[in-house]
Design a protein around this ligand. Structure first.
Ligand SMILES: O=C(CO)[C@H](O)[C@H](O)COP(=O)(O)O
Length: 428
């Protein structure tokens, strides 16, 4: 078996960053350099030209995602220096055939991208018959966020065609190893390398996984465990960014400092400091839940204090969020328990038993249903709709990775405006 190729996908908007990241990825073991679709849209063929100049001996893959005018687009990529040009597998056969003809004329290869193809096995066979050189089992970034797996797609086409198989879409060291074990000839990695703080190190880790897939053992986690692990890795700001700036609660203060709560919500509606339902709800929570309480917006009387916190901590509750006031903050702070409320007051209400547990409530400007996920840290509290928690957690991780890389570039001496080319991207 020949050594699988590692293709680094430069899905970055700014050419000056892409070139540097490519150098680091190559130093870490990347063989092929992909001029990603976002880079092509942002910088055009100049990006292909400059990368060809910078890397004369590497395969340069132009991810044009050609949907029409195959000849023109293959010709322009080839003349700019690409040695492999990507077409959409879903494009009409006439487009594929024209792309293949142009590729033969200009001495480049065609990679067809199976993104969103309804019958990948049949289409892969048709593409092979049309003269395509490489088929790419690709699950797109938006599809990855809802849990679609490129390795599963690859497995479905292995053995069905005899041309080389590439795989792309959300791959990390573990899934890249699985892809090679499944039969991938080319492993395409974007975010996991190009958004890493240490691009060279990440490329090296992937390279090692491709060279010996048995080194990497896949982790088995339930969906909830995976969501929790993702949300523990990211911050509340990463999550609101991933939600297009939605989901943040207003007016809450992290009262205990330096702590974080993540988990599905158990909701409580109470009134005027009545602490019966909040305290009864503790016993209904599972470890890892977050208790979210609406005290009817009242901040002069507390339905929560130190003893309730002890009980919540014993129960394994991840944290407590209160649209209202709390008391005993000094004791709770000493317990380092994640508590978020609107105010502190010394006086409590009475245990009357009004209100409801696990009904939809409003909390600091957001609707919260039982089972919606909460992430709460020093920056504040965000509610994530339960139907989209996995997707949002994945997207938040992408936000965090991008920020990690930008931070690294600032630490190397650039400025935030320079890294992000702010003037270029101002809205006109
Ligand atoms: O073509 C792409 C997106 O359309 C990407 O280049 C490809 O998915 C690889 O990037 P990542 O590893 O971040 O998914």
């Amino acid at each position: 078996m020949t050594r699988p190729k590692l293709q680094v996908a430069l899905d970055i908007l700014e050419f000056h960053r892409a070139a540097q990241i490519a150098r680091e990825a190559v130093a870490g073991g990347a063989d092929w350099i992909e001029v990603g679709t976002p880079l092509i849209k942002s910088e055009g063929m100049a990006a292909v030209r400059e990368l060809r100049e910078a890397f004369p001996d590497h395969e340069i893959v132009a991810d044009m995602k050609i949907a029409d005018t195959g000849t023109v687009e293959v010709e322009m990529a080839a003349k700019a220096g690409a040695s492999i040009v990507c077409v959409l597998a879903d494009a009409d056969d006439t487009v594929i055939a024209e792309s293949v003809r142009a590729a033969r004329l200009y001495g480049v290869r065609i990679m067809a991208d199976l993104i969103n193809v309804a019958d990948p096995v049949r289409r892969a066979q048709e593409l092979e018959a049309l003269g395509v050189d490489i088929v790419n089992a690709h699950v797109g970034i938006d599809q990855q966020m809802i849990g679609k797996s490129s390795v599963d797609l690859l497995r479905s086409i292995v053995g069905e065609v005899s041309i080389p198989l590439a795989v792309a879409g959300g791959l990390d060291a573990s899934t890249a190893a699985q892809a090679v074990a499944a039969g991938a000839d080319i492993v395409i990695v974007g975010g996991w390398i190009v958004k890493a703080r240490d691009v060279e190190g990440s490329a090296r880790t992937i390279r090692a996984a491709l060279d010996d897939p048995t080194l990497v053992q896949p982790e088995k986690k339930s969906l909830d465990e995976e969501i929790r692990a993702l949300l523990m890795t990211v911050s509340a700001p990463n999550v609101t960014d991933a939600m297009h700036r939605k989901g943040a609660m207003n007016g809450l203060v992290p009262l205990t400092g330096g702590v974080k709560a993540v988990g599905p919500a158990v909701t409580v509606q109470t009134f005027g400091g009545d602490w019966a339902k909040p305290v009864e709800a503790i016993d209904l929570c599972r470890p890892g839940d977050v208790l979210v309480i609406n005290n009817d917006g009242r901040t002069e009387i507390a339905p929560w204090g130190e003893l309730a916190t002890h009980s919540a901590k014993n129960q394994g509750i991840s944290g407590v969020v209160i649209d209202g006031a709390v008391r005993d903050v000094d004791d709770i702070r000493a317990m380092q328990y994640p508590l978020f409320a609107r105010a502190c007051v010394p006086n409590a209400g009475e245990a009357k038993g009004f209100g409801e547990i696990n009904a939809e409530i409003a909390c600091c400007g957001q609707q919260v249903r039982p089972g919606d996920w909460i992430i709460a840290d020093e920056s504040g509290v965000v509610v994530i709709p339960k139907e989209r928690t996995y997707e949002i957690a994945r997207r938040a991780l992408e936000v965090k990775k991008m920020e990690d890389r930008v931070r690294e570039e600032i630490e190397r001496g650039s400025t935030l405006a320079q890294v992000q080319e702010l003037y270029k991207w101002e809205k006109r």
